[in-house]
Design a protein around this ligand. Structure first.
Ligand code: TRH
Length: 364
């Protein structure tokens, strides 16, 4: 293990909580390996529901604008999460302290996750800093990813042991979910056009399903779909084959438990995709949509990586509004094997924190 260093991680909450979710997992993962971390966040309030327990070795600091630095000694490793443009006051202090020749410093730009081949090619490349106060300082890209050429995926050392001890019945009971053996489906999504079709499909199925709906956008989208559906066809769910449990904001730890408890996991964005992969249940990804449609190739690369069968590919394309066809039937029985294989393949690789620590060691 690398000797404990002081890390400054900068993160901005943009429109959702994925960037913060990844930054928090990274900060706490580093702390577990003996590092000290200051996590600078512009909206630290979100950590009150995401990680109220905090983590030994992680100090959360409010990233205000301007940022009052005073006589703060900058850390040995500076992490810019997702190109968030670190506060110039901090970069000035970093440049200043570097030029005074104190400890050697490392500046890393942790980027978004992609299964596309370019992630491996770009991982570790220099990321030039053009403007003052950081001009001429060295910064490097660090691309998370799925193969040995990339920065890997975030995974706690005790993840599998915790999963093995997980008690699904107890977890459901603790959350007031009166489970009677029906299929459990977790829904964490944006506003997919095909959501109404999914609800109708589940309501028409011979076997019952309970949808565990996450707080926020997913919950609002489901409620609006139900209203629409009930207005058009009041009897659409008359057998109550589809039931709903609306969840509050869960802590990140409890969010993982939710994924472990369900038979099928609908996830979105970036961090929850990785968590669904670790959960090892059949899962469907609502990719973060980009205006230039760049998400189309990103999704296809992901489907190739996991060797998705045709039915899972088609489901993803429709769920992500990349195909005009009707939503295929959910087929968790068939997709489960794909999820298990993908999980096993990734578990065989070093995790992101291990690779990041190695990267920093090499840079020193
Ligand atoms: O919230 P997201 O849609 O985040 C997205 C993506 O990261 C995207 O790449 C980024 O550009 C955009 O935000 C700004 O989905 P994601 O990435 O899965 O992050 C959600 C985080 O919230 C994840 O860490 C899990 C956590 N979470 C909880 O802790 N409790 C909950 O109840 C839920 C639903 C999520």
């Amino acid at each position: 293990m690398s000797a404990g260093k002081l890390w400054d991680i900068f993160c901005k909450v943009i429109d959702n909580y994925g960037d913060l979710g990844v930054s928090w997992r990274l900060a706490s993962g580093l702390a577990v390996r003996g590092q000290r971390v200051r996590l600078w966040v512009d909206e630290p309030g979100a950590l009150q529901w995401m990680a109220p327990q905090g983590a030994t070795g992680v100090e959360v600091r409010h990233w205000t604008t301007p940022l009052a630095i005073g006589d703060l000694r900058v850390g040995e490793v500076l992490v810019e999460a997702f190109g968030c443009q670190i506060a110039p006051e901090f970069i000035a202090a970093y440049a200043d302290q570097s030029s005074l020749g104190g400890h050697k410093q490392v500046w890393i730009n942790v980027e978004y996750l992609s299964a596309q081949a370019w992630a491996g090619r770009c991982h570790g490349l220099p990321s030039p800093v053009m403007d003052a106060p950081g001009a001429d300082l060295k910064r490097h890209y660090f691309f998370p990813g799925f193969d040995a050429r990339t920065g890997g995926l975030l995974r706690e050392p005790d993840l599998c042991a915790r999963q093995a001890r997980f008690d699904r019945n107890a977890w459901l009971a603790r959350h007031g979910i009166d489970w009677r053996g029906e299929q459990l489906v977790c829904l964490f999504c944006y506003e997919p056009q095909a959501l109404g079709e999914l609800l109708r499909q589940l309501a028409a199925s011979a076997s019952p399903t309970r949808l565990l709906v996450t707080a926020g956008r997913a919950s609002a989208a489901v409620k609006s779909c139900i209203n629409e559906q009930s207005a058009m066809q009041p009897s659409w769910n008359k057998r109550n084959a589809l039931s709903f449990s609306y969840l509050p904001n869960l802590t990140q730890v409890e969010f993982d438990h939710l994924l472990w408890a369900c038979d099928v996991n609908f996830v979105r964005g970036e961090d929850s995709l990785v968590r669904a992969l670790w959960a090892g249940r059949a899962f469907i990804w609502h990719i973060y949509p980009q205006s230039d449609q760049a998400h189309r190739d990103k999704l296809e690369a992901w489907l190739d990586l996991i060797n998705a069968p045709a039915s899972l590919r088609e489901f993803h394309r429709v769920w992500n509004a990349l195909s005009p066809r009707p939503l295929p039937a959910l087929d968790p029985g068939a997709w489960q094997a794909t999820a298990a294989l993908a999980r096993a393949g990734q578990l065989a690789q070093d995790d992101l924190v291990t690779r990041l620590l190695g990267f920093v060691e090499k840079s020193n």
